[in-house]
Design a protein around this ligand. Structure first.
Ligand code: TMP
Length: 252
């Protein structure tokens, strides 16, 4: 699917409004506008707030990472940045499964398996969660997915392959930035050209620790009331901006 960035893109109807983003149709049926807001929620929307400039940082960080993945041969929905808080993306049908990749024990894995935060996984752990706000995104397995027909067997295989490939690319990238990619959540979309990585990859959807100090530089600062949430997102943005040499560093 070829998309020219030269054509004029006109915003259409609001297609979907999520907890932190909006998705708009455009005059091109193959494309959508993904808008990042400053809204922050945690614990399935029970905790709510606004984080200054979060939309800007998450838009830019996702653009850096999705573009980098594309360059390394991973298909994503990313087409181009439109402005400070919006990107142009391919229109896909989101598969209702959140793909979580874990390199280090944290969050719900510690609670579920009694592991200590920071314990290294012997190999990346892939988990599936059913995307359902009403049910609180429960952990599911391959048989649940088949029974509910959430994805076909070949799609699940492809999603696992994609997630492991993304991990092989992003873990070393973060390491060069003196960051540890602890875990993260991916969403996949069906397109006319196979399965793409969709949604966002940002401090909202990843756990990212400073490799030297161990400081948390992600949404856990909001979830756990650790303070300096905006500064943490800015830090991740600054390191990526330095590496990719784009955008205005410390623009905010
Ligand atoms: P968890 O440890 O709470 O299961 O989270 C695993 C990863 O998934 C972590 O990087 C945060 C991310 N995540 C989301 O992006 N959205 C969510 O709704 C949840 C619960 C986690």
């Amino acid at each position: 699917m070829r998309v020219s960035m030269n054509e004029e893109i006109k915003r259409g109807e609001l297609l979907y409004s999520g907890k932190a983003k909006e998705l708009y149709l455009t005059n091109n049926p193959l494309l959508c506008i993904q808008r990042f807001s400053n809204r922050a929620t945690a614990f399935n929307g029970q905790k709510k707030s606004e984080i200054d400039n979060k939309g800007y940082y998450n838009n830019a960080i996702s653009a850096f990472l999705l573009q980098y993945l594309e360059k390394q041969g991973v298909s994503t929905h990313f087409v181009g940045l439109l402005n400070e808080t919006e990107m142009l993306v391919r229109r896909v049908e989101i598969i209702p499964i959140e793909v979580v990749v874990r390199n280090i024990a944290a969050g719900s894995l510690c609670t579920r398996l009694g592991l200590k935060e920071g314990a290294k996984m012997e190999q990346p752990v892939i988990e599936w969660y059913y995307k359902s706000d009403a049910l609180g995104d429960p952990l599911i397995n391959d048989d649940h997915i088949a029974s509910l027909d959430l994805a076909k067997e070949w799609e699940l295989k492809e999603m696992r392959k994609l997630a492991l490939k993304v991990n092989d690319i992003l873990v070393p990238l973060f390491r060069t930035l003196d960051l540890v990619l602890v875990d993260y959540k991916l969403e996949c979309g069906r397109s006319g050209h196979g399965i793409l990585i969709a949604d966002e990859i940002s401090p909202d959807t990843c756990r990212i620790w400073d490799a030297s100090s161990g400081q948390k530089l992600d949404k856990d600062r909001f979830r756990q009331d650790l303070g300096d949430v905006e500064a943490a997102y800015r830090e991740v943005y600054d390191r990526l901006a330095e590496m990719f040499g784009e955008g205005e560093k410390n623009a905010r």
